[in-house]
Design a binder for this molecule. Structure first.
Ligand code: SF4
Length: 423
């Protein structure tokens, strides 16, 4: 009797374990509806196990377990590849793409339009409907509010954010690199150049690196961000004749990202922007030493949109939240890029099943406080930076339990900050 039941008992134990894990994870994430579903699953599998030993129900319990096992196997079979995903961004483009104007990013509007300046007047003549909401946002201290305001501006953490964000500024002279005239281009086969470029990028700290041909639709149309008092560049058309983009991703720490929207997650963003800037700048200079022009694109200098380039370079797919979702780290990466004319071998876009999963998941759409992750296919960067919230879309992806990072060196203060000691 027990020997006959053994395979069914193993199956039931497996389903019970899955239901318990589901219940625990739902509890951890504060998902009440999923928690109820998980508990119902636990009770159901326990009842099935009991039913195996009760002759009137035994046959039904065995049939149900068999059907559930079959369903599980069917779910584990790989689905058909998504041909759209395998085409990269091209697979999703409908109609003409107008290049995005960097002046329209909320960051540029907030920090590169001094109120009263000629640029300010010119911009709001073009977009009068944006003047009032932008003014409200500025009054709150900037696009994302004042750094660390969610944690009463706990000074150690805010200092780390500012320190990290400064590094890309120091790399100004390394953004655009032309080869020295006495250095003729080193004739390299694309395969060898690709191997060396990717190897160096990884050695510098890139967790992922991919290459694509530069699709000009992902270039910004006009300069909008000004960091070095180069106000004459505001509104200039962005030109770039490079043919390839090398996109690098650096991994962000899971624990710190899980603490979003508290300041430790911003520290981690800043640190990884700095790492991306460092890698991109060295890579650009390496390519220039090989005799080819190169440009580093990072936090303080973007000529282009990084997420679509990363998709085309095969690093992942774009999720409903507008972030790159990678196979290795999910959306927990920061990106930087180098463009060049050095002949390289492009990578192929990948199908990770993100589009199908996002169609069903909707978690970011349901939890985003400003509605920046829509239920439909479009993503609104304007809503993402709504003046009423310091949260970004990314902050809604992690657990909703209010968990904060526990690293001692990045603690969130539990008491009101006190004046620094003068001792
Ligand atoms: S939370 Fe869900 S819907 Fe949103 S990006 Fe992630 S997987 Fe897609």
């Amino acid at each position: 009797m027990t020997a006959v039941l053994t395979p069914f008992l193993i199956l039931d134990g497996l389903f019970l374990l899955m239901a318990l894990l589901f219940t625990w994870d739902s509890h951890r994430e504060g998902e009440r509806r999923a928690l109820k579903v998980g508990l119902a699953g636990v009770i159901f599998t326990l009842a099935l196990g009991l039913g195996l030993f009760l002759p009137p129900f035994s046959l039904w319990a065995k049939l149900l377990l068999g059907a559930m096992a079959l369903l599980l196997v069917l779910c584990l079979l790989p689905g058909r590849p998504n041909p759209q995903a395998l085409m990269g961004c091209k697979g999703y483009i409908v109609g003409e793409v107008e290049r995005f104007d960097e002046r329209d990013t909320v960051f540029a509007r907030n920090r590169s339009l001094p109120p009263g300046s000629e640029d300010y007047k010119a911009y709001y003549r073009m977009h009068p409907e944006r003047e009032e909401p932008d003014a409200k946002r500025r009054a709150l201290g900037g696009t994302l509010g004042r750094v660390g305001s969610i944690d009463r501006e706990h000074r150690p953490n805010v200092s780390m954010v500012k320190a990290a964000m400064h590094l890309p500024l120091y790399l100004r002279d390394g953004e655009r690199v032309e080869p020295e005239p006495e250095l003729p281009p080193l004739p390299l086969q694309p395969e060898e150049a690709t191997r060396r470029v990717k190897g160096f990028a990884r050695h510098l700290g890139a967790a992922l690196v991919g290459i694509c041909e530069l699709d000009r639709r992902w270039l910004y149309s006009h300069r909008g961000e000004i960091f070095y008092d180069n106000w004459q560049d505001w509104g200039k058309e962005i030109e770039l004749s490079h043919t390839f983009a090398i996109v690098v991703a650096v991994e962000m720490d899971l624990e710190l990202v899980g603490g979003a929207p508290h300041t430790p997650s911003v520290v981690e963003s800043g640190v990884n922007y700095a790492k991306g800037a460092y890698i991109a700048t060295l890579l650009a200079h390496f390519i220039a030493q090989l005799g080819y022009p190169a440009r580093a694109h990072h936090l303080r200098h973007y000529d282009l949109l990084l997420v679509p380039l990363a998709v085309d370079a095969g690093l992942g797919e774009m999720g409903r939240n507008g972030y790159l979702i990678t196979k290795e780290f999910g959306p927990r990466v920061r990106l930087a890029a180098v463009t060049t004319t050095l002949p390289l071998v492009p990578d192929k876009p990948v199908d990770l099943g993100v589009q199908v999963f996002c169609n069903r998941c909707l978690k970011c759409a349901e939890t985003c406080p400003s509605g920046a992750s829509p239920r439909g296919p479009r993503w609104s960067s304007t809503a993402c930076r709504s003046g009423s919230s310091t949260r970004s879309a990314a902050s809604t992806i992690g657990p909703r339990s209010g968990r904060t990072a526990t690293s001692a060196w990045l603690s969130v203060p539990t008491a009101a900050p006190t004046a620094p000691s003068t001792a």
